[in-house]
Design a protein around this ligand. Sequence first.
Ligand code: RTP
Ligand code: MG
Length: 160
Amino acid sequence: VLRSARPLQLTLAVLKPDAVAHPLVLEAVHETILNNKFLIVRTKELMWRREDSQRFYQEHSGRFFYQRLVEFMASGPMRAYILAHEDAVARWRSLMGPTKVYRARNTAPDSIRGAYGLTDTRNTTHGSDSVASARREIAFFFPEFSESLWYQQDEPHLRC
Ligand code: RTP
Ligand code: MG
């Protein structure tokens, strides 16, 4: 039985194709997840079709980087995780560091993107940006599992 002083929150973390293509980076990020005491609720490797990528990044469809983002995310296997921790969403975002590689390297060199990000597109990781996004994205990546997660009405916390 898991006991936690505060409720566990869920987030979706994804190691993007640039990370999965590089075994040492994959291992280092996996270590970061474990060292930061996240519980790994589910993990799997998967590869998107172009349509999955387009659908997932619909909100960015007007942006100049949309095409290359879509291509990149469907270019090779990814590893997805459902992670649980107190404040998991913010905690994982903080470990990832800033989106843009120049900023990541200069302001957060020890973050995942600061250490391993290659470009503004090939930036190693994805993390849900809110509790609502986490719920939607977990369903997107783990449709076979998300229905069995029990969410509270307003605050989607996992109760174990
Ligand atoms: P993510 O969604 O992947 O966790 O990253 P984020 O919230 O930090 O960044 P967001 O603004 O949602 O952008 C999604 C992904 O699009 C790619 N991107 N490329 N200037 C560019 O070339 C550019 N800007 C964003 C990145 O892969 C980013 O993570
Ligand atoms: Mg985002």
